[in-house]
Each structure stands twice: as structure tokens, then as C-alpha cells.
Design a protein around this ligand. Structure first.
Ligand SMILES: [Zn+2]
Length: 405
């Protein structure tokens, strides 16, 4: 059976026009995939025969949003760190007082599966209500083998309870617990004990590491990434977020899927990315929440034609955001993106950052029929508000999904 959505303003994210806009457009869907996209008047007659037709009354349709960087699976509450930071405590002081990533690790290990599911589901429901149809979810709050495998299994499972596509990432090098004699010893544990188990259960689609003096060095990260590559897993990296620590250069050299954050990257790092196809992922939520002052260089990204995505970075300590629309707004106001670039960052370029550009991220024949009908006439309005969801009817693989499903 064919379904047609017509009388819609389509932001196809294809072609040379901003948004790839088609003012009076139609989408024909067959078998969960987009079969035809174009102006309503050009729809071939054989699609219309026996089709179920939906009139969109001029509303705007975009591809389903893709949040390509989240830490959505965790337990616990770190709101008191927010209060402490506002009264002047540094990241290091908060960590010494028992806060930071290791606080979430303790809460996640202590939570039952049911608790972890319930806390995660609440966040995923909010993301879905804002139009997310594909979600990347990292581990990294387990650290030990048992809890890392458990969180990755829970992340995979989200697909069975929510109507969305999940891509899981094993964030093996996130933080170092004090019982390890050295970071190198922990990297060896991750490479020999955890990575092979993750691969054996097919629990991850990629690996990630936090490359920063307070976390892991480029050399330690590279040893882990080489091991992952040997096991068939592509890489992403938290790069140059708090200091210029070499992550972007490493990501370019190893041809990773993406390098994420880049707030402290230098001109040379952007030059290294140029022409590699590695996607720069911008995370304005963390920049805002940590009240950072040096944004990534969007001028360099544009000049060197480096594809860039935007993501929520949803996590308990530095970016507790569950709205892709708010992340788009922050990317515009704080980093200087255009609303069109921000939406590209949550569609086509986010698909690239997950290695899915062939199947998701644009409204085009052959792509999965994941799209959002917004209660608005123009896609600029998605990034133009703060904390307002204009209302989204999410079509997932052709079937409508209630906004709160
Ligand atoms: Zn992150």
C-alpha cells in the first residue's frame, strides 16, 4: 500500500537551495521507505491510485531528527554540582568531593535494571516528542566490564520500547577510577577484557573515548582505537573540549566517524580535518551549561567545507538537555550557526556522523520513511524558540507515532 503526505512544505535537506525546500510538496511512501518526493503537482498518477492520502495543510515536514551524541543511559542526579559550580567550585574540586563522572558511575552501578530503564525511558520519551527518530547512546557510566555490558544491552533494548533507531557506542575510555595504578593499566583491561566481550555480543556500533588531560592521552586513546578497529568497530572521540589535547588531530588521522566538541581546537586541527570526511559534532549544550567562553570555529568549518553536526550530548553532569530544538537554538545563538545549518546538523550531517548517510537524514527516494510533520509553516522556526516544541507528528518507518509514545 502507498501512503502519500501532500500539501506540505518539505525541508528535504537535499540539493542546493536552503533546506532543499519544496513549498508545495508531496512524499510517497511504500514499504517503510520513501518512494517519491517532489512538488505535489508532479506526483505520478500511479502513486495516487489506491493510496492513503494525508493532507498536511501547509505544515512543514523535515527528516526525522538524529541525535548523534548522547549519554542517555544513566542513573542518579547531579543537580547539586550545578549549585556548587554556580557558587564557584571548579570541576576538579567537585570531582574531589565525590562528584563528576564517577558519581554517575556509582549511581548507575547501584541502580537495578528496572530503575535504569525507567530513568532512561523518561529522557528518551522527551527526545522522541521533539522529533528524534534515531538516537546514538553511549555507555561509559559503568567502566567495569559487567556494568558497561549491562548499559549497552539496555541501550539496545530501547528500540523495543520506543519507536526509534538506536546506535550504540562503547565509551570505554571515559574516566579513570582511583584503584587503577595507571591509565595504561586500565586501557589494557579495556582492550583485553571489555572490548572483546562487547564485540562478541555485538553490543556496539562504534567506540568512543574522552581525550583530555583529566581523562586519557592521545596515545592511550590510539591504542584503544587500533584495538577496536582490529575488531571491526569504527571510532568517535571527545576531542579538544576543555583543552587543546590532540583529539581532533587523532580523529582526522584515524579517519574516525566524528570528532566531537572541538571548543579548544586550533586552526591546524581544522586543517587536518579538511577533506577527510570526518564529521565535526558541535555540542552547544555543554558549552552553555559549563559557561565556556571559546566556541568552536564555525568559520573554519565553513571555509574548509568540513561537514558539521549538532547534538544534545544529553548527560547528567554537563549537558542535561533532552531537546534537540533547544540544542539547535543554542548552536545558533552561541556558535553562530544559521537555523538551516542547525537542522542540517540534526539530519544529514548527523546521519554522516553515524555512518548512516545512505539510509537516513534527507527526504529522498530510497531513504527510510522517518520524518516529522511540524505544527509550523517554515523550518526556521525549529531553531528560533527556546524550550518550545511547536508540536510534532512523528512518522517512523511510515507508521505515525503519537508524540508521547
Ligand atoms: Zn559526550
Amino acid at each position: 500500500v502507498t501512503e502519500i503526505w501532500r500539501n506540505a512544505r518539505l525541508a528535504t535537506m537535499n540539493g542546493g537551495e536552503p533546506y532543499g525546500l519544496i513549498d508545495d510538496g508531496a512524499i510517497a511512501v511504500r514499504g517503510g521507505a520513501i518512494a517519491w518526493v517532489g512538488e505535489s503537482t508532479a506526483l505520478p498518477a500511479d502513486y495516487a491510485r489506491d493510496a492513503v492520502v494525508h493532507d498536511c495543510a501547509g505544515r512543514c515536514i523535515t527528516p526525522g531528527l538524529i541525535d548523534c551524541h548522547t549519554h542517555v543511559v544513566y542513573a542518579g542526579d547531579r543537580s547539586r554540582e550545578f549549585t556548587a559550580r554556580l557558587s564557584g567550585s571548579s570541576y576538579a574540586e567537585i570531582a574531589r568531593a565525590g562528584g563528576g563522572i564517577l558519581a554517575t558511575v556509582r549511581a548507575t552501578r547501584a541502580a537495578s535494571d528496572a530503575d535504569l530503564r525507567a530513568q532512561t525511558d523518561a529522557r528518551v520519551r522527551d527526545l522522541c516528542a521533539c522529533g528524534v527518530t534515531t538516537l546514538e547512546a553511549k555507555s561509559g557510566y559503568g567502566l567495569d566490564r559487567q556494568t558497561e555490558l549491562r548499559t549497552l544491552r539496555l541501550a539496545r533494548e530501547l528500540e523495543s520500547r520506543h519507536r526509534l533507531r538506536i546506535r550504540t557506542t562503547y565509551l570505554g575510555l571515559h574516566a579513570l577510577e582511583p584503584q587503577w595504578k595507571s591509565a595504561g593499566e586500565y586501557v589494557t583491561y579495556v582492550c583485553d577484557e571489555v572490548l572483546p566481550a562487547v564485540v562478541a555480543e555485538r553490543l556496539a556500533d562504534a567506540v568512543d573515548a574522552f581525550c583530555e588531560p583529566i581523562a586519557f592521552s592521545p596515545e592511550e586513546c590510539e591504542r584503544y582505537f587500533e584495538r577496536a578497529r582490529g575488531l571491526g568497530l569504527p571510532a568517535k572521540i571527545h576531542a579538544d573540549q576543555l583543552s587543546r589535547s590532540g583529539g581532533t588531530e587523532l580523529g582526522a588521522r584515524l579517519r574516525m566517524l566524528s570528532v566531537d566538541h572541538l571548543e579548544c581546537a586550533a586552526n591546524d586541527d581544522y586543517e587536518a580535518l579538511a577533506g577527510t570526511g570526518v564529521v565535526a559534532v558541535l555540542l552547544p549544550g555543554a558549552y552553555y551549561y559549563l559557561r565556556r567562553s571559546k566556541p568552536p570555529s564555525v568559520a573554519n568549518l565553513r571555509r574548509l567545507q568540513i561537514p558539521f553536526a549538532v547534538a544534545t550530548d544529553c548527560n547528567p553532569g554537563t549537558s542535561p538537555i533532552v531537546s534537540p530544538l533547544l540544542a539547535m537554538n543554542l548552536a545558533c545563538t552561541l556558535f553562530g550557526l544559521t537555523p538551516e545549518e542547525a537542522l542540517r546538523g540534526f539530519t544529514l550531517n548527523a546521519a554522516r556522523a553515524l555512518g548512516l548517510a545512505g539510509t537516513l537524514g534527507t527526504l529522498a527516494p530510497g531513504r527510510k520513511a522517518d520524518f516529522v510533520i511540524w505544527e509550523t509553516e517554515h523550518p526556521d522556526s525549529l531553531a528560533a524558540t527556546i524550550g518550545i516544541n511547536p508540536g510534532a507528528t512523528v512518522i517512523f518507518a511510515c507508521r505515525p507515532r503519537a508524540a508521547n509514545a
